[in-house]
Design a protein around this ligand. Sequence first.
Ligand SMILES: *[C@@H]1O[C@H](CO)[C@@H](O)[C@H](O)[C@H]1NC(C)=O
Ligand SMILES: *[C@@H]1O[C@H](CO)[C@@H](O)[C@H](O)[C@H]1NC(C)=O
Ligand SMILES: *[C@@H]1O[C@H](CO)[C@@H](O)[C@H](O)[C@H]1NC(C)=O
Ligand SMILES: *[C@@H]1O[C@H](CO)[C@@H](O)[C@H](O)[C@H]1NC(C)=O
Ligand SMILES: *[C@@H]1O[C@H](CO)[C@@H](O)[C@H](O)[C@H]1NC(C)=O
Ligand SMILES: *[C@@H]1O[C@H](CO)[C@@H](O)[C@H](O)[C@H]1NC(C)=O
Ligand SMILES: *[C@@H]1O[C@H](CO)[C@@H](O)[C@H](O)[C@H]1NC(C)=O
Ligand SMILES: *[C@@H]1O[C@H](CO)[C@@H](O)[C@H](O)[C@H]1NC(C)=O
Ligand SMILES: *[C@@H]1O[C@H](CO)[C@@H](O)[C@H](O)[C@H]1NC(C)=O
Ligand SMILES: *[C@@H]1O[C@H](CO)[C@@H](O)[C@H](O)[C@H]1NC(C)=O
Length: 843
Amino acid sequence: MKPILLLSVLFGLVSGETGIDGWLRYAPLSSSHVKGHVGNIPSTIAVLGSTKGGPLDTAVSEIRKGIHGIFGRTVKIASKKNACHASNTIIIGTVEAFEAACSDFPSGNQLKEDGFWLSTSHNSVKILGQNERGALYGAFEYLSMLGQANFSNVAYATNPSAPIRWANQWDNLNASGTHGSIERGYGGSSIFFDGVGHIKDDLSRVPLYGRLLASVRINGIVISNVNADATLLNKDNLEGLSEIADLFRPWGVRVGISLNFASPQLLGDLDTFDPLDESVVTWWTDKTDEIYSQIPDFVGYLVKANSEGQPGPITYNRTLADGANLFAKAVEPHGGIVMFRAFVYDKLDWNDWHADRANAAVEFFGDLDGEFDDNVVVQIKYGPIDFQVREPASPLFANLRKTSMAIELQITQEYLGQQCHLVYLPPLWRTIFDFDMRVDGKESKAQDIITGNVFNRTLGGYAGVVNVGTNQTWLGSHLSLSNLYAFGRLAWNPAEDSVSILEDWTRLTFGLDDGVLETITSMSMASWPAYENYSGNLGIQTLTDILYTHYGPNPASQDNNGWGQWTRANGQSIGMDRTVSNGTGNAGQYPNEVAAAYELPETTPDNLMLWFHHVPYTFKLHSGKTVIQSFYDAHHKGAETVQDFQFAWAALKGKVDKERFEHELYRLRYQAGHSIVWRDAINEFYRNLSGIPDEAGRVRHHPYRIEAESMKLDGYSIIAVEPAETASNYTAIVTNSTGTASTKLKFKDGRYDVAVNYYDVIGGRSSWELYINTRKIGTWKGDMEDKLGHAPSDFLDGHSATRITFRDVKISKGDTLLIKGKADGIEQAPLDYVAILPEGVID
Ligand SMILES: *[C@@H]1O[C@H](CO)[C@@H](O)[C@H](O)[C@H]1NC(C)=O
Ligand SMILES: *[C@@H]1O[C@H](CO)[C@@H](O)[C@H](O)[C@H]1NC(C)=O
Ligand SMILES: *[C@@H]1O[C@H](CO)[C@@H](O)[C@H](O)[C@H]1NC(C)=O
Ligand SMILES: *[C@@H]1O[C@H](CO)[C@@H](O)[C@H](O)[C@H]1NC(C)=O
Ligand SMILES: *[C@@H]1O[C@H](CO)[C@@H](O)[C@H](O)[C@H]1NC(C)=O
Ligand SMILES: *[C@@H]1O[C@H](CO)[C@@H](O)[C@H](O)[C@H]1NC(C)=O
Ligand SMILES: *[C@@H]1O[C@H](CO)[C@@H](O)[C@H](O)[C@H]1NC(C)=O
Ligand SMILES: *[C@@H]1O[C@H](CO)[C@@H](O)[C@H](O)[C@H]1NC(C)=O
Ligand SMILES: *[C@@H]1O[C@H](CO)[C@@H](O)[C@H](O)[C@H]1NC(C)=O
Ligand SMILES: *[C@@H]1O[C@H](CO)[C@@H](O)[C@H](O)[C@H]1NC(C)=O
């Protein structure tokens, strides 16, 4: 036993990693990495300016924990007396305390709020924060260097790009249906609420979350869903909220909540929630004072008003600014902030060619510029619609010169594979940060607007919708956590490079092996472009089911409803006409140069062509391809790209601990199968609609497939699947007890991969057995809800469609393939098709 243990410690492999520590594992470094450096790790730490239980105390214990984990060494606390001049010491404190105790610190005035100075010179380390929070951030930076075996001597100051760097959780007080108690959460249920209207008794996950947030310099969190429950403001829940704030405080994370605009009526006994009514103003002032009496550093409110059924000021013919300022005035004496969401829109008439939900934010907010109080920040989703796989930056960023703004990003992958697909998001966010609005004809990148630099605003920043849950992996998948890490890094410095962020995260999360680094980096960097390719390219949006769970393919659901995520696809042409000349005028909401570029297909990039223009399927893009052929090619290329992820990951066996290795292998295999479901559904939908075949002959031509409905069936019956394109040949088979499907194989003798496409719905764990003649090849269960932690649908559709592959199966011509299915619950052991794939073929 012993030598094995030694070996795994040597390679930084810690067995049984649950993911609970995220990138803060402080795993031991191998002796080759630390050779010659251990002697330079300070053995004492001196603290200046700490307050009891504050972020500096946290920093000290974190440094001691980190150095113990990484090097196995204990760091002693130095006596206060000679701290300033001690050698072999980490001096950590606030600049102010350092100056009082030691001497003027020449770099102190370079620091902004939350900023810090870090210097490492052999065995002498200085970490000085502008405040205690900054010092904690410096401690995490130092530990990140050590964890990556970076022993260089450095001396620098660093400051945040903006003061608002917040997480938003969409946690519900109550569970809702089968979708858990976090809206768009895919990593278990809430760590804050018990699901029946209260704050949990067991809040043990809160400080662990605070630690992750603090390590990437996130300084605030709104813990409740924007579709807000007024009962959060009742007496018991405010006491619970105060406990949560106490648990986050040592990490420098301040707590806020989402408000229900109608609370004075829902919770109080007023018969109105008119923001200009005196009794309403008093109600909110009193409620706010009550909150601050318990939580003096309460960070503020987040408000979603008059959107998607939520109440708001417009109910009383008041402006959105009246609504925002009501709360702003209540929190202002306490130093609080109001984040007011710009995600306000009405349902629209889909027959109106000129109607456009993308116009809503500027229409609702443009005229209110200058009318918001100084402590109001308008929180704007990155694009004009809703977290799609690609959008232009929201034009609202260029339309508010006298209003503070924050960008809303989504770490939870609502439209981007719901953590069951690997999609590393920073490359998507980069397209928004780098989007140059050309305000007044001058460079004005979205990232410089958000930080307040372009319009000279002191407030501004970032809100990331995170939605971590009780799962030990936090987000449901280990690899998804890179998105949370990157969000914090980018909120500190939006100019940072996606690859270098990812590399830091990977080394901290999985160790220093070059192969692991290379694999995770190349996979992650390819993941968003691949997802865009197989979900919706050319700016057509994520072609998912917008009426149900926003997960699998269902392009028809976009159109012919009031929600305004339209594609306007018909038999001949596709795309939203957002031109000023003939369309919705949305292009004209951008400053002149940008507006002029998007007005014409000639100057619109291919990747946003269908966002701004309605064109025939035969329209020639800049690439030289037609729209329809570009759909076919991209969807094939995207699915092909992710087939390789599972093999690249599998090659890391032994280099990643077993627990995390198996967990991700399952998910990457799943993604490979589901990307084929996506590819085939989208391609077949548009082939059917346009009647234009794929030049390369791939779409609806599957020589290696055997449709389940064409097999010999016993106990199984054929059913039509809806939407039709989410089943190969539009049909599947189901049984309500047990059944078999069999067929004689006509492929020539050889070894094949046998892929079985089936459906795994919520609420049943069917089982299947696969045989070649009497030889059992394998068995499986419809238990994605357990293994994937997510089973998004009750129906046979693009969400539940999935694939399992048995590799390297010996098959002879004339063999009989037989599948036995056994239904369970509402899951009727559904089967779509079998593909008998020669090596290397992706059918
Ligand atoms: C070591 O860390 C410093 C400070 O974060 C950084 O500037 C430098 O690039 C790192 N060196 C290496 C080799 O990663
Ligand atoms: C949540 O549950 C509590 C307790 O059962 C109830 O009072 C409250 O009205 C519920 N809220 C919602 C929005 O359903
Ligand atoms: C809002 O104004 C409209 C007309 O502009 C009026 O019909 C309606 O009664 C008003 N609603 C309220 C609540 O004042
Ligand atoms: C920016 O705003 C500050 C007040 O917040 C003002 O003093 C300063 O002159 C402004 N700078 C510019 C370039 O407008
Ligand atoms: C976390 O989710 C995985 C599926 O992704 C599941 O297997 C595991 O049981 C879950 N663990 C907890 C503690 O929720
Ligand atoms: C202009 O708009 C109409 C709908 O009002 C649409 O049918 C037509 O295709 C558009 N023309 C062009 C050239 O885009
Ligand atoms: C996406 O599709 C385009 C067009 O077919 C292709 O050039 C590109 O390589 C694809 N990228 C990925 C990652 O699949
Ligand atoms: C599209 O699908 C419908 C319904 O199955 C079918 O009637 C129609 O013929 C198909 N069109 C093409 C071009 O395949
Ligand atoms: C597809 O289904 C039709 C019946 O709708 C059937 O006639 C045809 O043989 C099926 N095609 C394949 C390849 O199984
Ligand atoms: C079993 O399913 C078939 C069709 O799939 C249906 O006709 C039959 O009534 C079902 N039997 C029972 C007992 O539910």
